[in-house]
Structure formats: C-alpha cells, structure tokens
Design a protein around this ligand. Structure first.
Ligand code: PLP
Length: 393
C-alpha cells in the first residue's frame, strides 16, 4: 500500500466476526454449507404490519427525500410511548429522544460527543467489542472492569469504588449483558448511577436485549435521578427483528441529546422516511407478538444447550438475551482453535469467548438466531464430530 493508514488504526483491527464471516462465505462458496451460530442477527422477520407500512410508505413519491436529523416527531412520540409501556419511564419526545441508524453507530456518536484523547472509558470485560474499539479510535484509554459470570451481582461495586476513577469520563454498561446473559437489578443500576454522580462521569446503558428471554425489562431511567448522569441506547435490531434496517435511539436529558446531535448531524442526512413509518408500526407490536418470539427462543435454547452438552461445555440456566454463554471444557487450552476445529470438521461456527475480552477466554457463545431445524442439524453434525474426534476434544 503506497498511502499509509492513519495512526489511529494501529490499535484497532477489523472486527473478528467481520473476518470470520468472510471465511464462512468462502467456505459456503465452495459448497460447504456452514451453519453459523456465531452472530446475533435475528432470522425471524419483523411483524407483517411493519413490512406492509414500509412498502406502502415507499410507494409514495414524496417519501424519498432527506429527512430531519432528529427523526420525525411521530417516531419520537412512538418511542416515548414504548418506553412508558415497557419500562414505565417518562421521556419528552421533543427533547429527550434521538432516533439513530442502529445503536452501534450511536456508540461512535456518543463517544465522539463526550471523549477527549486520554480520557478513560470503563468497558465491561467481557463485553461488546465496539465500546473498546471506538474508544481506541478516539485516543481514549480503555479501562476494562470485570463482568462477573457467577457472583450475586454482575459488577463488584466495592472493588470499582476503590479504584482511582478520576480520569473516567464514560462508563458503558449493558444489561441484559452480551455475551454472558447476566441481568442487572435496580440495586445495581442505582449503585452505578450513584458512582457516576460521585465520580462525575457519564453512564451509558446499552439496552438492546431487554425484551429477549427477560421477564423484567429495566431501563436506567428506572433509577430516580439517573438522568443527571445517564443516557440509554436502545435498538430495534433484536427486540423487533430489524437488525438490517439500522434502527435504534438514544434517550437522555436534553443537554446530552443536543450534544450527541451535534455529532450526528455532521455524519448522516436523516433516516429514510418509510423506515421511520415502519418503526412506528413495529413499536405497536403487542405483548403476544413478543411472547411468540420468546417462545421460539426458549425452544432453540434447549437445543443450543444440548449441543453445548455434547461438546462438554457448561453454562448457567438463567441467562437473558439471544445467546448461550458457556465455559469450554477444562482440557481445551485454546478456544479459538477449538472453535476453528468445529468449523472445519463439523461445519458449525460458534464464537470464541475471547473476542469479547480477556475474561471471555475459555468460553464460547452460541447464538439463538437460527431455526430449530438448523440448530438440530448443527447438533447432529457435532454429535458425529464428537464421536469421531473425541481424543482431540
Ligand atoms: C450489546 C450490543 N450493543 C449494541 C449492538 C448493536 O446493535 P445495533 O444493531 O442496534 O447497532 C449489539 C449488536 O450485536 C450488541 O450486542
């Protein structure tokens, strides 16, 4: 390459799953038929009415122009009502909600809006890799905190409080947590808000999994007074089966939202109007629609666990979200090799845990975003593989 890449890219590499999916595409192109249990992209469709609204709106010749950076008022109103229904929180649709093209993009907007080089950012370990890569891209310092797999509270608050957090500007939290499936309760959220107030940093709750295998959805705004220091990202990707549509939002106090809008309005030129109309419709999905999705996930979870049993992996049975997080058997020294071997020999892909941080070493993550039939086929392939390859396992 004649032209050198920017310095900021020296600390960041291409997203592991992006590289792996390319490898899987190659394998499939040569007729391998890999079953991909690696990614959390729902295979079930959005509600039928959502798709109808999209197509009806797209047929209107007046609906194809640039749109407002803040989204149409009706969408913000619908998001506000959905928050009220789901979490019993009150958000002003005019000033406290900003629709986004996916919450992943929101992580960049928020980080650009609040971080200066050398600011510190608390990120969960294990956790969603984008918190780390975006912080690094901006020259901020990543401070991983342990997300505990099996203690009464997911975060050891006493330990965290004792640390020197004077340079921390932003803390990412995410419950139900990806990849471990751990939930938070109000006590933990309240303790985090208190810590953010005491140390003076912004607490960002990334909340895309609250409706998946989770009976008690919680928002950071369920904590009294959280708005002073906290904002919340949410997404249509998982809860409404709309990952490819790129739809999410950030909610928070007016001054925080305005600051994020300063960044966002310099990035994009508004969201396609028919997508906004369809999003309003999706937010009307009733409890029955969500219940049906969850019933399907419960059945898939059973097969995913059986598949993990075959591999000798162990897991807790109280996980929320759309994955099963499991510990690889003790004699497996290198989980990435273990996963590669399963990919090459059984043609089934599961994610190695270390891509989510050093505390993910020794773990694997299985996605529930494949049909029961496919999961059953993956089970059978792994059964055959285990029978013929036990010594290596
Ligand atoms: C914890 C977490 N946050 C954010 C995202 C991004 O979601 P979106 O599709 O809204 O960008 C994901 C996607 O996998 C995720 O797991």
């Amino acid at each position: 390459m004649i032209i050198q890449k920017s310095n900021r890219l020296t600390e960041v590499s291409e997203y592991y799953l992006s590289r792996k999916l390319e490898e899987i595409r190659w394998m499939n192109a040569t007729g391998e038929k890999v079953i991909n249990l690696g990614i959390g992209s729902p295979d079930m469709p959005p509600s039928e009415e959502t798709i109808k609204v999209l197509s009806r709106s797209a047929l209107n010749p007046a609906h194809h122009g640039y749109q407002s950076y803040k989204g149409i008022p009706e969408l913000r109103e619908a998001i506000s009502l959905w928050n009220q229904r789901t979490y019993k929180t009150t958000l002003n649709p005019e000033t406290e909600i900003l629709p986004l093209m996916g919450s992943k993009e929101g992580i960049m907007h928020i980080s650009m809006a609040f971080l200066n080089p050398d600011d510190e950012v608390l990120v969960p370990n294990p956790g969603y890799p984008t918190y780390t890569s975006v912080s690094k891209l901006l020259g901020a310092k990543v401070r991983p905190y342990d997300l505990l797999p099996a203690s009464p509270q997911a975060i050891d608050m006493e330990k965290l409080k004792k640390e020197d957090l004077s340079k921390v500007k932003l803390m990412w939290i995410n419950f139900p947590h990806m990849p471990t499936g751990r939930r938070a309760d109000e006590t933990l959220l309240a303790a985090l808000v208190e810590l953010a107030k005491e140390k003076g940093f912004l607490l960002c709750h990334d909340n895309p999994y609250s409706l998946i295998l989770n009976d008690y959805p919680l928002s950071i705004f369920n904590v009294e007074g959280a708005g002073e220091v906290a904002i919340e990202l949410n997404s249509f990707s998982k809860s409404h089966n709309m990952a490819g549509w790129r739809l999410g939002w950030v909610a928070g106090m007016e001054s925080y939202i305005k600051t994020i809008l300063t960044v966002k309005s310099n990035f994009d030129s508004g969201m396609f109007l028919p997508i906004q109309h369809a999003a309003i419709q999706a937010l009307q999905n009733d409890d029955d629609w969500h219940r049906q999705q969850n019933q399907e996930y419960i059945q898939r979870q059973v097969v995913a666990r059986q598949l993990l049993d075959l591999l000798g992996c162990t897991y807790t049975t109280d996980q929320a979200g759309m994955f099963v997080w499991a510990k690889a058997p003790g004699h497996i020294k290198n989980v990435e090799e273990f996963v590669n071997e399963i990919l090459q020999k059984a043609k089934v892909f599961i994610s190695p845990g270390q891509i989510f941080g050093s505390n993910g070493e020794g773990y694997v993550r299985v996605s529930l975003c494949s049909s029961r039939d496919l999961l059953m086929e993956a089970y059978q392939r792994i059964e055959t593989y285990v029978k013929t390859h036990t010594p290596q396992l």
